[in-house]
Design a protein around this ligand. Structure first.
Ligand SMILES: [Zn+2]
Length: 356
């Protein structure tokens, strides 16, 4: 689609739906597709205190054709602050210098707290320009054509944090918009190279990432992100949490983290009983019916679900089904770190952040 100049746009009366013909192509308003995606906040190399690159950055006079998702394999910190994000960015640059590289390898980094940062120098201004590509050093054989995004953390068995996920969607949608790409441009590092990067769990979320990016690009509203669990999902802490919630709803399955036929049958029964599509797949609609609001004094299987998921999130606690003062302290610490209302009550928002 041709872009309208700002001057042309200024002459039009915005506020009513309309269409005009430009160069034989009818364009519909109010939201031109090229402006659907908001520009996310990105901290520049200057902001996080990057050292100068060792050699001039190579800027190629072509648009990138793909976007590679990585994980840094740093420990999954619960320090979600901007200072921590900047510290990680400096640490990554130093480790890449130590490999003999001229600068940070990837173009962008997103911290667990959801802070987007420029990686290699010039990546931010070149992205804003939308016509060129900063050659990085993040994926053998594809550095001249692909933008790399490093997600802080290790995602073999756990999902990235919700703030990281939401910014990953926002950044990639913006990149797609700038270069005229679709969500099909998203790949995991392992698609192009022999590596476990970006981790089994993050890799398994790439279809959901593509869907969320496509929705954003078309101006739609992206719903709350919940990881999808289905039969034969590799055994994870999150699957065990889901099984405890099913037990709280009366299912007689074992909470062992293995999503087998028994768990699938229990999911289908729960879905039928709650007016949901009975497909045995635990997605957003099922999660939001399955969770239960919990507070101090509560007991039982749902509390075990909470205790298990707190443990998954590195707030370890005994799984005894009793919401006492210890659990209350952990919940409040979790809510503080995630910038949620700190009330010790585990409702929809807290569950959503716990599940991611
Ligand atoms: Zn990688």
């Amino acid at each position: 689609m041709k872009k309208l100049s700002r001057r042309t746009f200024g002459k039009l009366s915005l506020g009513v739906a309309m269409s005009v013909v430009v160069g034989g192509t009818e364009l519909r308003f109010l939201r031109p597709a090229h402006a659907a995606v908001a520009t996310p906040a990105i901290d520049s190399t200057a902001a996080w205190g990057a050292a100068a690159a060792k050699e001039p950055i190579n800027v190629l006079n072509q648009k990138p054709i793909g976007i590679v998702v990585h994980h840094t394999t740093n420990p999954n910190t619960n320090d979600f602050t901007r200072n921590k994000a900047w510290q990680v960015a400096r640490q990554i640059q130093q480790s890449h210098f130590n490999r003999g590289w001229i600068d940070t390898g990837q173009q962008f980094t997103i911290s667990r707290g959801g802070w987007i940062m420029e990686g290699r120098h010039q990546s931010l201004s070149i992205l804003q320009g939308g016509t060129k590509h900063v050659q990085g050093a993040h994926v053998d054989g594809h550095n001249e054509t692909h933008i790399g995004i490093e997600c802080e953390g290790l995602y073999m068995n756990v999902t990235p944090s919700l703030p990281l996920w939401n910014k990953l969607v926002a950044l990639i949608a913006y990149i797609c918009q700038q270069y005229g790409l679709t969500a099909n441009a998203i790949v995991g590092h392992r698609d192009l190279d022999s590596t476990s990067c970006p981790g089994d769990t993050l890799y398994s979320l790439l279809p959901q990432l593509r869907t969320a990016v496509d929705t954003t690009l078309s101006g739609g509203a992206v719903g709350r992100m919940w990881p999808i669990l289905r039969r034969n999902t590799p055994a994870t802490g999150l699957a065990k949490t889901m099984q405890y919630l099913l037990r709280a709803r009366g299912a007689t399955i074992t909470a062992d983290g293995a999503f087998g036929p028994g768990t699938e049958t229990a999911v289908k029964s729960f879905q039928t009983a709650n007016g949901l599509t009975s497909d045995g797949v635990v997605g957003a609609a099922t999660w939001e019916k399955l969770i239960m609001t919990l507070r101090s004094g509560d007991t039982g299987e749902a509390v075990k679900a909470l205790q298990n998921q707190l443990t998954v999130q590195n707030y370890p606690t005994t799984i005894d089904g009793s919401f006492g003062t210890g659990v209350n302290t952990l919940v409040r610490a979790f809510q503080t770190n995630r910038q949620l209302t700190v009330d010790g009550v585990v409702g929809l928002n807290s569950w959503n952040h716990l599940a991611m």
